[in-house]
Design a protein around this ligand. Structure first.
Ligand SMILES: [Cu+2]
Length: 504
């Protein structure tokens, strides 16, 4: 059969690799890294502007680059990488082939075209609307069109992922339940479909409004549907990251999850509950009544948190069980001390897990509750929260798995292995300094997305006190360290694929 000719056997894992799938995984992952580079350059420019001692960019470029930073990091880098992850989970992990490689290429082209179009609009100054593009701020129609084209491509790719799972089932690649990692990725893909549907509800009217076919957009309605995608997209990231954590546990130490069933229930809890938390973005808006807000941001969200708490115990427990089975049984923590801290896959897992758990997740639950949201809303506390979730959490976990993808799928050895050992530490130390700076500056009242915290041209003088400068200095210095860490990763990834020794 022609399909079988397109397989190779991985010399490390013994898994069958479907060659068209391999190409698609690599193409999507490399494209993701290119967008990560764009977002990273924006990041350092923004960080150096928010550091008042440097205050690098002028107003115009600051807001333009904040828009570009959000778009390239949160959407393009992460979603291209997630699509690579979905194909990986549906083919290599199942020993299966990709259902329709041609459709996957079409998805890739759509996503790339859409992303390029949106980026061109942003960088040419036609879409200075911030990542959220709240009306009445209006961008050029091609900006909304670009995002819509990207979203259609991503949606089709998710559907192709499901089709591939069905095909694998028919071909007897798995019986009963999906392997845990693929199950987690499937949950992420379900949330993705939900989120992308909200993207259509948001950006189709915005497009019609920008070309003049719709007179007017209700900002409250826009914010409601927008956060269906804006928040939903972050929940895709969360769920995909946790699936990758389980995978990294297996790849690095041969992790044995204590109860697959419990971990599956934990993934399942995200499906009905986590998106309800999206209402936290509307807590200061008029129009929604209190019981609705409190139900969504407390009771419903806490059910998703139960899921997170189960993962929080299951993942380290899986590592501990595997390590103890290897004989690291002295005392309470020998298993942890003897973990492979020099393997970037493991350190990425551990750092991403701890930073996400102790800073990202907790600040999210705090800031997302109705009363405390009133204090944190639109201050720098919010970026302090999400840089410890999507950057130190998701991005770091993706970097960790990328080191394996380069070797297992790209069939190249890492160049600069020594540097790779340090990369996750450099990156996460930088992000933590930056995020703690943001959280403290925000607690002192520093607004988010603001060009000038001295309010130099305000009619009434405003002072947030001297202490904010220390905190904002942390944002700048942490930003530089994180920038270096991200750059090392990008150079390592691209350099290894181009110049790394080939693995037979
Ligand atoms: Cu949110």
């Amino acid at each position: 059969m022609a399909a079988e000719a397109k397989l190779r056997t991985c010399s490390v894992t013994g898994l069958q690799v479907h060659l068209p799938a391999q190409k698609l995984i690599m193409t999507n992952a490399v494209t993701a890294v290119v967008f990560l580079l764009i977002g990273t350059v924006m990041a350092i420019l923004i960080a150096l502007t928010r550091w008042p001692a440097v205050h690098l960019l002028n107003q115009e470029f600051f807001y333009r680059f904040v828009t570009a930073h959000g778009l390239n990091m949160l959407i393009f880098w992460i979603i291209f990488f997630e699509i690579a992850g979905l194909y990986f989970g549906a083919t290599i992990l199942l020993n299966a082939r990709l259902a329709k490689p041609r459709v996957a290429w079409a998805c890739f082209v759509l996503m790339l075209l859409g992303a390029a179009l949106a980026d061109i609009m942003v960088f040419t100054g036609n879409a200075d609307v911030m990542f959220t593009s709240y009306p009445p701020l209006q961008a050029h129609p091609l900006y909304y069109l670009g995002i819509l084209i990207f979203a259609v491509g991503a949606l089709l790719a998710c559907l192709l992922f499901f089709a591939t799972l069905v095909l694998a089932k028919q071909e007897g690649k798995y019986d009963g339940a999906l392997p845990l990692v693929t199950f987690g990725l499937a949950c992420a893909a379900i949330i993705a479909v939900w989120s992308l549907a909200h993207g259509a509800l948001t950006y189709v009217p915005a497009l019609l409004w920008s070309v003049g076919l719709m007179k007017n957009i209700d900002p409250a309605m826009y914010r409601l549907t927008y956060w269906g995608i804006g928040h939903g997209a972050q929940q895709i990231n969360l769920v995909a990251m946790i699936a990758i954590w389980y995978l990294l546990g297996t790849l690095t130490v041969g992790s044995k999850v204590p109860s697959q069933k419990l971990s599956r229930i934990a993934f399942f809890l995200y499906l009905p509950f986590i998106n309800l938390g999206a209402i936290h973005h509307l807590l200061v808006d008029p129009g929604l009544h209190s019981p609705f807000r409190i139900f969504n941001t407390s009771y419903a969200m806490y059910l998703a948190v139960v899921g997170s708490m189960i993962h929080a115990f299951s993942i380290p427990a899986g590592v501990e069980i595997a390590q103890r089975a290897k004989g690291f049984t002295t005392g309470l923590f020998q298993w942890l001390r003897k973990a492979p801290w020099g393997t970037p896959g493991f350190s990425s897992l551990a750092l991403s897990f701890v930073i996400f758990g102790f800073i990202g997740g907790t600040t999210g639950v705090i800031q997302g509750s109705e009363q405390l949201n009133m204090l944190a809303h639109n201050t720098l506390r919010i970026p302090g929260h999400f840089h410890t979730t999507v950057v130190a959490g998701t991005t770091l976990a993706f970097m960790g798995i990328a080191y394996y993808i380069i070797q297992l799928v790209g069939q190249r050895k890492l160049i600069w292995e020594k540097l790779a050992k340090f990369q996750p530490y450099i990156f996460s130390i930088g992000v933590v300094i930056m995020a703690v700076g943001m959280l403290s500056a925000g607690s002192m009242g520093v607004p988010r997305r603001h060009w000038d915290v001295t309010f130099a041209d305000a009619n009434l003088p405003v002072s947030l006190g001297e202490r904010i400068y220390g905190a904002l200095g942390m944002v700048g210095i942490g930003g530089i360290i994180a920038f270096v860490g991200a750059l090392i990763f990008i150079l390592l990834a691209v350099g290894s694929l181009l110049k790394g020794e080939k693995i037979a």
